[in-house]
Design a binder for this molecule. Structure first.
Ligand SMILES: [Zn+2]
Length: 266
């Protein structure tokens, strides 16, 4: 049995295939997939999709780039992809709070100083409000921390968060060890088969702080579209790195999943 704590099944690259992807995951032994929302449209679609599949669990949040969409100067947007659609983050946070009892976690949320470097105070304000929602509902957080790993960690500590997963952590190994020491989890995507930074994390972090994710459609074991059914490929590599057999590695990951999310892994 395998788990994926961070998947984006509501994504243009899965359009019309969401249900097939959920079934393929199950056939591959991926018994739990946490589908993460990013903004109003995907948050609602995540809830709907998860109602149709018992192996899919919803997490709703506001991605840090979307969190500042209402402040972005669209004419000055520097990236080749279009700027995110503006919406009122406070209204969306209220919506997330209103359905929090249905969720397995709050996320994706966090801070991003890679794609957007302006408006960090607004990113932090939205993150703090989502942390409050998580604490009030007694739910863990699933965090994006790109180029803002230390700051996100500091906010969690300051606000008394005890349950969180750092997804696709890209910071220094030393910081990852501190995050694990603080009781938080770090989830490893299948790109671990070819990415040395994730291999190091798997070797050095405590076994009881590791989880698995896909971040699909990104972070796959190959250059193809990633999906939850590919989690076992990453776990096989993780098992090798820890000198364990795959079943033992998977059992540790399932136990970690249950400890953080407080739902059965199968
Ligand atoms: Zn993500």
């Amino acid at each position: 049995m395998f788990v994926d704590v961070h998947a984006h099944l509501i994504h243009p690259s899965f359009a019309g295939e969401e249900d097939a992807v959920a079934v393929r995951a199950k056939q591959a032994g991926v018994t739990r997939v946490i589908v993460n929302g990013l903004e109003p449209r995907s948050n609602r679609a995540v809830l709907e999709l998860c109602r149709r599949h018992e192996n899919l669990l919803p997490a709703l949040g506001i991605y840090p780039v979307d969190a500042v969409a209402h402040l972005i100067d669209r004419a000055a947007w520097p990236h080749p992809w279009p700027p995110p659609e503006p919406f009122d983050p406070d209204q969306e946070i209220d919506f997330i709070a209103s359905v929090a009892s249905e969720l397995v976690a709050i996320g994706e949320c966090g801070l991003d100083a890679y794609w957007v470097t302006d408006h960090m105070p607004e990113q932090e304000r939205v993150l703090r409000r989502l942390v409050e929602v998580a604490l009030a509902a007694d739910k863990p957080l699933i965090l994006h921390t790109r180029k803002a790993e230390e700051r996100t960690f500091a906010i969690l500590q300051e606000m008394g968060v005890t349950r969180a997963d750092f997804h696709c952590f890209g910071g220094k190994l030393k910081l990852a060890l501190q995050i694990a020491e603080a009781g938080y989890y770090l989830s490893i995507p299948p790109v671990v088969v070819r990415a040395e930074s994730f291999q190091k994390m798997v070797q050095k972090l405590p076994l009881e702080r590791l989880l698995t994710e896909t971040d699909c459609p990104y972070m796959g074991p190959d250059r193809e579209r990633n999906e939850p059914a590919k989690v076992p490929l990453g776990v096989a590599r993780m098992a090798e790195l820890r000198h364990l057999d795959v079943d033992t590695m998977a059992a540790h990951l399932a136990a970690n999943f249950e400890a953080l999310f407080r739902v059965p892994a199968a």
